[in-house]
Design a protein around this ligand. Sequence first.
Ligand SMILES: C[S@@+](CC[C@H](N)C(=O)[O-])C[C@H]1O[C@@H](n2cnc3c(N)ncnc32)[C@H](O)[C@@H]1O
Length: 277
Amino acid sequence: MEYSEIGFWSEAKLDIVLKYAKAYSTILSKRKALTHIYIDAFAGPGLHRAKISGRPIAGSPMNALTVEPPFAEYHFIDLDNKRVQALEDLAGTHPDVRVYHGDCNEILIKDLFPRLAYKSFRRALCLLDPYGLHLNWEVIKTAGDLGTIDIFLNFPIHDINRTVLVRDPSKMDPRQVKRLNAFWGDNSWREAAYATDANLFGYEEKVCTNDELAAAFRRRLVEVAGFAHVPEPVYMRNSKRAGLYYLFFASQKPVAEHIVRDIFQSYAPASERGQLF
Ligand SMILES: C[S@@+](CC[C@H](N)C(=O)[O-])C[C@H]1O[C@@H](n2cnc3c(N)ncnc32)[C@H](O)[C@@H]1O
């Protein structure tokens, strides 16, 4: 298996998720009536290689398996054959790991989330880390409605800017619009992204900054998906300071927000410089 190369922003994401997973598992392990599980919906191969140094870097599924105290169950999902094979190799010696080969949008809704009703006494930490607009809003909304799931979510601003938000909205590609509608849950992103009046050239120009679009999405996580606690996300940029994605966290618990806000804040100044380490 060829492992993918990752930039420093992905290393930062992995660190953030691992730090919170440790805190989460420590707190939930003390709640004896509850079972806590880890879900990695866009799991990847489990191991990467750092772009600059070439050293091997544990991916999010491998990191989750190192967390002490451990989660009761681990669920790793990926669409790619080779990555699923690598995940199965990783799972080999762990009877508490289940690997799924398929579209996580279906597997989460059909197989995993139905086991997470409030009265099931199960709670979950779920990482939703697509490369681009591959996640359906239904997953986010169902997680919010259940009230039992904390999520980390990759909001793929680079993909959105590159494929959907052209300056003149009449030139948008309808297939790309459909992808953003599916991720956002409806087409209300247009209100945040485009002016309501035509410009001198006769079209309603794109007016929003990346931060404004992310702020509108944050409001949706609270007002539409029903998450009570959504701290400001971390903005991940490359060394040229181009925006890649926003790492969001959403939960129903104030304590979870406090922990993640502290973790996020320790990365914020470096993220501003476009160099996280
Ligand atoms: C950004 S990578 C995940 C990296 C991983 N979270 C980490 O940090 O180590 C995204 C992964 O999602 C997988 N993927 C893409 N679309 C998917 C889908 N609809 N369902 C499940 N996996 C998907 C890709 O094959 C890829 O391995």
